[in-house]
Design a protein around this ligand. Structure first.
Ligand code: ZN
Length: 466
């Protein structure tokens, strides 16, 4: 009994010790086993040709030290292949293997590009005509020829499958409806000047439509022109296609009093110039005469300011005055024009619409730099809201009339009582400055009056030669 009791005591004590010891051992074991975290999925699919970078595994030990390991395998993403690799980690006791599977394959869908829109309208009186498409794949490249086109009522389904089985489908909706307006274009000029009792000749419009064959008989013209009265009139052109899309266009017709003879418009080009323009302005002020200055980038800003402040008209001549530049292209011409326009605006606040072409609209020199440019420029100028002014009296101050007497004689022999006299002069010339007083005196005592040009002034235009 005593022995039994003692054995029992020993057994119980011994088991307790073993259990505690085992717990300690297991704990030590778990503490020694490093903690491994995997930074990317163990099964990965990588698109062909893409850049692949493995984030590896991170091992942290009991002391908190971390090591990141990456597999030493070289993954070639240029080819389809499955890589079975291992992350391997060895410590003092164990070696750990963690398997990973990386599959390189084409998982990218091809693309389909449609010509036209996803919703396409077509003429109700015609069949829908395929606008075209193209298909491209990252691996197979151009696979347009593999595209299948299927029509389901008002849908067109385009589908294509690449060599790896990736499928792309694109749908276009087609609607039998004419949404496009007819096109309408004026025959003749946008802006027409007429004298009192002149006859307005209707030059009509040219129209066409995307669906209707001929709509020229559907043009409606509304016109309120009364050439017996000075005024601004409009001719309105309207045209509708069979789907009721309407286009409209306006032609401006200005009726001006041409029966007002005896008027002289003094126009000065190429300035301003210090020493001449200022004296010319003094003379005009003294005589109470208004004139028109087509300016450049030359001369003091204060002269531009004086021209405007003293009630004269100001217009654009040119910045460079170089025919080889401004008449070489439409862009060149307008870039040059903008500079002068900005100068005038910045100094005086006037947004002028008056223009005089260097050499006049009839110049032939421009032909040397670009065939037909004057015809284009004249149209563009008018479409941008400018108005250009030529002359019907050349004072000769840029050619033969090189002293005040010659210039005076030239002008008084050229002006006439039965027309508008738009005189070309240059405020850069000293003899023009010196002859001006006498020219004005002669004109005033002989029944002429002076005026400056504005946007509504009856035009004197030369015949285009290029
Ligand atoms: Zn000039």
């Amino acid at each position: 009994m005593k022995i039994k009791k003692r054995r029992y005591f020993i057994n119980e004590y011994f088991i307790n010790i073993i259990v505690i010891f085992a717990i300690i051992l297991i704990s030590i074991f778990f503490l020694l086993v490093p903690k491994i975290s995997i930074n990317s999925p163990l099964k990965e699919i990588v698109n062909i040709d893409s850049h692949y970078s493995d984030n590896g595994i991170t091992i942290s030990n009991i002391l908190g030290n971390k090591t990141t390991m990456k597999p030493l395998y070289d993954i070639n993403t240029k080819k389809d292949r499955t890589y079975n690799i291992n992350y391997t980690y060895k410590d003092n006791i164990f070696t750990y293997h963690i398997p990973k599977e990386i599959t390189v394959k084409d998982i990218e869908k091809p693309t389909i590009k449609l010509k036209g829109d996803r919703i396409e309208y077509y003429c109700p009186n015609k069949e829908y005509k395929e606008l075209g498409y193209s298909a491209y794949d990252n691996v197979d490249k151009d696979i347009t020829s593999k595209v299948k086109v299927e029509r389901l009522k008002n849908k067109i389904i385009y589908s294509v499958i690449d060599s790896s089985g990736n499928k792309r489908e694109v749908i276009r909706k087609i609607v039998a409806k004419d949404k496009e307006k007819p096109t309408i274009k004026l025959n003749g000029e946008d802006n027409i000047f007429l004298g009192i009792n002149d006859i307005y000749i209707e030059e009509n419009v040219v129209v066409s439509d995307n669906c209707d064959l001929d709509i020229s008989n559907k043009v409606e013209i509304i016109n309120n022109i009364d050439t017996t009265k000075v005024g601004d009139y409009k001719v309105i052109y309207k045209v509708k296609d069979t789907s009721n899309n309407e286009s409209e266009l306006i032609r401006n017709v200005k009726v001006r009093d041409t029966l007002k003879p005896n008027t002289i418009y003094l126009t000065f080009d190429d300035g301003p110039r210090d020493g001449t323009t200022d004296v010319i302005l003094d003379i005009l002020k003294e005589k109470g005469v208004k004139a028109t200055f087509f300016v450049t980038m030359n001369g003091s800003d204060s002269l531009i300011k004086r021209i405007v402040d003293e009630g004269h008209s100001i217009g654009i001549h040119t910045a460079s005055h170089r025919y080889d530049i401004i008449y070489a292209s439409v862009d060149n011409y307008f870039n040059d024009l903008e500079q002068v326009k900005d100068r005038i605006y910045n100094i005086s606040g006037v947004e002028t619409k008056l223009v005089r072409f260097p050499g006049g609209s009839s110049n032939t020199i421009s032909k040397k730099y670009k065939e037909g440019i004057m015809t284009t420029l004249v149209n563009d100028i008018l479409n941008k809201g400018y108005q250009y002014y030529d002359w019907n009296v050349d004072s000769g101050d840029a050619s033969f009339a090189t002293n005040p007497t010659k210039l005076y004689n030239s002008v008084i022999n050229s002006i006439s009582h039965d027309k508008y006299n738009v005189i070309l002069m240059h405020d850069t010339k000293t003899y023009t400055r010196d002859a001006l007083s006498k020219i004005i005196d002669y004109s005033l005592t002989n029944g002429y009056s002076f005026d400056s040009i504005d946007i509504d002034t009856m035009l004197v235009r030369q015949r285009l030669n290029n």
